[in-house]
Design a protein around this ligand. Sequence first.
Ligand code: HGY
Ligand code: MN
Ligand code: MN
Length: 421
Amino acid sequence: MLQVPSLETHDRLGTGVAELSAFNDGDRPGWTREVFSEPYRASRAWTAARMREAGLEVHVDAAGNIVGRLAGSEASLPALVTGSHTDTVDGGGRFDGIVGVLGSIEAARLLQESGIRLRRDLLVVDFLGEESNVFGLSCLGSRSAAQELTPEDLDRRDYRGVTLGQAYADYGLDPSRLLDVPWAKEPLHAFVELHIEQGPTLEKRGLPLGIVTAITGIERFIATFAGAADHAGTTSMEDRRDAMAAAAEAVLAVRAEGCGAPTHGVATSTRVESESRSPNVVPSLVRMYSEVRSVDPTWLSGVKGRLTGEIAAKAADLGVDVGFEWSTDNTVVHAASSVQDVAGAAVDALGLPWMPIPSGATHDAVHMATLAPMGMIFIPSKGGKSHCPEEWSSTENIATGVEALVGTLRRLDTTDSRPTS
Ligand code: HGY
Ligand code: MN
Ligand code: MN
């Protein structure tokens, strides 16, 4: 009989969040533990030790993912996989991803303490570098595990000109082994990720749990505006080719596109940078970084053409040229309906209310969905806040998420046929 999460579970979850949060880049705001950073590197040893303490057999794969294995009684069966990430955004919080890693470790411990032996191996994973990074690419570890990381990705450069491949090498991972990670060769039974909602819906509805229906697609672009450098004091307004003014028009066009989306659609410009550092020169070269997201693939595919046209037209009115570099971070991915049903039954069995909910955030589950039928379980985020120091979820909600995760994994374990997507 599965033990209800004990006070020890609550303590371990609370202590885990506190201890993991201590691995933090103190020079940055909030909680910052970005991929390849020293705080991140130090935290990985802590996470691996927590997995071992929970009775897992731990190794780090060629992609830098920490994998803890709880042996099943019929090890020849395709494994169950759960997990998430422990890296953060710059100035982020203490729960995004971390809840899924600590919660999975706790789930493995709870199974053992309850004397429950799964038939299938259970793999608990802390995926490398889920957050979108200076190379503009999210989910490094799960992308690699799904063999979706490409040689072109490794050639991506950050603002210093360093390639992603070099960043891996500097971190101590062999870039040549990233494209051939064994995950995709072995059949997996199902993947389930526990995560904070990172939005306000569950809290507003007073619900402790959500079961994810689909994960948003993300299109990103860099727009480079080329105008003319001129004296800011002597050049008349009509004679200027002001690249910054064109970028400002583009920021508002991106926002208008998101506000006009028919369903869950959002659009954000996150950075505008001028090549010139002088305060008295009309900017001639400006780069703008933006992203557009939706769980509606039709709207999302149309946005590229609409925005490119609009931004180019407004720039032309200002005598400014503009170029675009578009990249797809990920397409819209649906959770396997059978895994959603199993998770719903598990939560029903706990006597708890829940709702189906789309995810406006992307997750490692997007890439793991190429290897196995995927599902996600959400717990509430206080005030819907995330990717900021105010991000918070209670240990009660996390423990409830662990119970739902355990119930889902146990049900999936008993199904012989692979869940249908
Ligand atoms: O960007 C995202 O949606 C995720 O939090 N990495
Ligand atoms: Mn996350
Ligand atoms: Mn995130």
